[in-house]
Ligand binder design. Structure first.
Ligand code: SAH
Length: 345
């Protein structure tokens, strides 16, 4: 950190845009040092269950947007969801991430039923929801049913840019409100953004980092934008590996205790994208636990990796990849350091 004056926007902007190899390497090395203070070489494993690809929203970048009539829609039953968790638990996962589109079939009551059933079967596991924007009352009901964490990327912290990525019915103010509400309520919260979305400027990325500093989320998801052919942004260029890695490193330096996944999107744009993400300061991976039959249908973007594997293959493939790069897989819940300390007393 001492090497970089990151309180200055100009310095952050310079590092976002640098193409100097030495400087990038110094940035990644600083990020690794920072991450090792709290997390050593540990990489936390989270089991991801993509339980519905129905969505009422129409985000211009996303393959499961409402207007995409070219995908087959699916929705897992509660039995299938519980089965995916069971497979995960047997593989040693202590965290389940339930992600989906904003599917109106999943009313509050049904989400509560799902969370409560997972909680009853796994009293000590962390349950993470990632199902978009809901009311304060809904978030409260999910929390009371046993959810501990919530992932809701802010996508971009710049209002004008947000409006270029989403239809008018959606607003950045509302998304931010959800994030602060979730945090106040006691959830461990994950925000985050895509790198290289259409119309994004380096200044926008500075704003993303400053927003994260203000929110202080426990987790930050960062991945490259990848075009999906059946969306309005299907022909736009995707985000680059180098810029995504620089954003991961800067996020690590500004939020040293954050849990930062090396995302599937990063692994999709480069064969060792996730490993490089870890080398740039990330410390979480999210192997897929969804039933093999539906993997391909959760197509947020094109060419998504790991869609042909069984859960166990993903779990062990990832472990091998991590070890090859000198990292230590950690199958514990992976709470953030301050929460961890409180859980021990
Ligand atoms: N409906 C939930 C989950 C959305 S999917 C929600 O609103 O939070 C999870 C994430 O995938 C999104 O937050 C977005 O950042 C990312 N995503 C969507 N389309 C993408 C694309 N084309 N390329 C890369 N990431 C994408």
């Amino acid at each position: 950190m001492a090497d970089f004056a990151l309180h200055q926007d100009a310095e952050v902007l310079r590092l976002i845009t640098t193409e100097e190899n030495d400087e990038q390497e110094a940035l990644f090395a600083a990020a690794r040092r920072q991450r090792e203070i709290y997390y050593r070489k540990d990489v936390y494993f989270r089991g991801l269950v993509e339980f519905t690809n129905y969505c009422k929203n129409d985000c211009y970048y996303c393959g499961i947007r409402r207007s995409n009539s070219r995908i087959t829609r699916y929705r897992l039953s509660l039995t299938e969801i519980l089965h995916s968790c069971q497979v995960g638990a047997r593989l040693g996962f202590k965290t389940f991430v339930l992600q989906g589109g904003e599917d109106p079939w999943f009313t509050d009551q049904r989400v509560v039923e799902m969370v409560a059933a997972i909680r009853a079967a796994y009293p000590d596991h962390a349950i993470t929801l990632s199902i978009g924007e809901r009311s304060q009352e809904s978030y409260k009901a999910f929390f009371q049913a046993g959810a501990n964490r919530y992932l809701l990327r802010h996508e971009t912290a710049n209002d004008a840019h947000y409006r270029k990525l989403h239809p008018e019915t959606m607003s950045l103010a509302e998304r931010k409100r959800c994030l602060f509400t979730l945090k106040d309520m006691g959830y461990q919260v994950g925000a985050g953004f895509m790198v290289g979305t259409p119309f994004q400027t380096p200044e926008n990325l500075v704003e993303d980092l400053r927003f994260l500093q203000a929110l202080e989320p426990h987790m930050v998801g960062i991945g490259p934008f990848i075009p999906q052919a059946d969306t309005p942004f299907g022909t736009y260029p995707g985000g680059t590996l180098a810029l995504t890695l620089r954003m991961v490193a800067l996020t690590r330096l500004l939020l040293p205790r954050a849990l930062i996944p090396a995302t599937t999107a990063l692994g999709t744009i480069a064969p060792q994208g996730r490993e490089l993400g870890l080398m740039a300061g990330a410390n979480v991976v999210m192997p897929n636990l969804s039933p093999k039959e539906v993997r391909k249908l959760y197509a947020l973007y094109d060419n998504k990796i790991c869609t042909g594997d069984e859960a166990a293959e993903c779990r062990f493939c990832m472990e091998g990849r991590m070890r090859n790069f000198g990292f230590t897989p950690n199958m514990s819940r992976g709470d953030p350091p301050d929460v961890e300390a409180r859980r021990r007393v």
